[in-house]
Design a protein around this ligand. Structure first.
Ligand SMILES: [Zn+2]
Ligand SMILES: [Zn+2]
Ligand SMILES: [Zn+2]
Length: 422
């Protein structure tokens, strides 16, 4: 499981020395020529290679004060690109905050025994869906039990009253060294909703639900679902696993393995929740800032060794192995890596329930005009990779300024937009 990482590049002008883009530019073509990749993996490599280069087209922003025009190459916006997570992350946070309850939040992680990873790797879409379904059903099941809430069941008119839980989950498929390690982080509101009333957890600061009991329920649901997928012929399995007797045995053995659920109460203040969520949501398998060197087909990168007191260490991998691991984490086509559950959509509509309010400047750093340093600049035109204007209008002023830049031969420095994501 990956653990909390600080948003490492708070300085907007920070630019990592090495990037995934460099690795794919150097070794991508060769790797593609020797391996069979799916269309999503090929697209990710191409997008990352072309991100913020002339191949992506460009955009122009105008300062409302001094009318200075600045150009930047477009971002690829591929969800696997380490450079493109920042903006999307902030958009997402601003949207989510409207439904964030004014209660403590619990961070919950569901992991599975590593004996299951091989099935996961060959059946990513169905496997991740089963993981999401089993974990979310477990949370809902516990939420519905009134004994975990601070309510007097005897006073409820309808004895079948159910408590609705507001939560969302994010699938990560990686461990710190980019190995395959699927797990889901859930952010769970420490408050249940009955009708239009918010109820508090009974054991408030201690725990929301008991994790040991939860892991048993989770395991039961997961195994039943994976069995069904197998007998329905929806799982690609290899070697002995093709034999149903062997498969049954293999699942029985998993019961005694570790099905870890981690649950921790988190911060109460609104800004903390925002920062906290941002670390998990829009994130690729590795941040560029972790890449230490790229040299002669060898990639060195930083990682935290959780088996050794969370010490910071450096891992050395061949470029082939590094790319292979990175590609494990390109999710299947049309796959939703973030999912919302229970009352989360309803929260904004219930006016008796308090949601937190965040001022926009707490979540997003506004771009600054390089000339007059004011923060009143806006995108006026976006030109795509085929030189089509896809947003705004191309004014004579923009055409003129672009021509001047091209003539002065300083395209790379003018057009480069500094990296703003971790
Ligand atoms: Zn994680
Ligand atoms: Zn990108
Ligand atoms: Zn200006």
């Amino acid at each position: 499981m990956c653990k909390i990482q600080e948003l490492s590049n708070k300085n907007k002008n920070y630019k990592p020395k090495y990037e995934m883009q460099d690795i794919f530019k150097l070794y991508g073509d060769d790797y593609i020529s020797r391996h069979k990749l799916n269309s999503m993996q090929l697209k990710a490599i191409r997008d990352i290679c072309e991100c913020r280069t002339s191949a992506m087209g460009y955009n122009a922003s105008e300062c409302n004060d001094c009318k200075n025009i600045e150009f930047a190459y477009n971002s690829c916006r591929n969800r696997n690109c380490p450079k493109c997570q920042g903006d999307k992350r902030y958009d997402w946070i601003e949207k989510r905050l409207k439904t964030t309850l004014d209660v403590p939040y619990y961070h919950t992680v569901f992991t599975i025994p590593n004996q299951l990873f091989e099935i996961g790797l060959y059946n990513q879409k169905i496997f991740y869906n089963i993981l999401f379904e089993s974990a979310s059903q477990t949370l809902k099941q516990f939420a519905q039990n009134l004994k975990w809430w601070d309510v007097d069941a005897a006073t409820l008119e309808d004895k079948k009253t159910k408590v609705d839980l507001a939560f969302f989950g994010i699938l990560h498929s990686w461990g710190q060294t980019l190995v395959y390690h699927p797990h889901i982080h859930f952010v769970v509101a420490g408050g249940g909703i009955i009708g239009d009333t918010l109820v508090k957890p009974k054991y408030n600061s201690k725990f929301l639900f008991p994790v040991k009991a939860m892991s048993k329920v989770f395991r039961g649901i997961f195994i039943a679902k994976i069995k069904k997928a197998y007998y329905d012929g929806n799982l690609e399995v290899h070697n002995e696993l093709k034999n149903p007797n062997y498969f049954e045995n293999y699942l029985d053995n998993l019961v005694s393995r570790k099905w870890v659920i981690y649950m921790k109460s988190q911060f109460h203040t609104s800004t903390k929740i925002v920062e906290y969520m941002a670390r998990y949501t829009h994130k690729s398998a590795i941040a560029n800032s972790r890449i230490v060197s790229i040299d002669n087909n060898i990639i060195r990168f930083k990682y935290k060794d959780y088996k050794d007191n969370s010490k910071n260490k450096i891992m050395k991998l061949s470029s082939d192995e590094f790319i292979k691991r990175f590609l494990y984490h390109i999710p299947p086509k049309r796959f939703f890596r973030i999912r919302y559950y229970g009352a989360i959509q309803r929260v904004a509509k219930i006016d008796t329930i308090k949601t937190i309010e965040i001022k926009p400047q707490q979540t997003r750093v506004k771009p600054q005009c390089k000339k007059c340093k004011c923060k009143d600049i806006q995108t006026v035109v976006v030109v795509d990779r085929y030189t089509r204007v896809v947003q705004g209008i191309m004014t004579p002023n923009i055409v003129q300024q672009k021509r001047e830049i091209l003539h002065s031969n300083s395209i790379s420095s003018q057009f480069y937009r500094s990296c703003d994501s971790g």
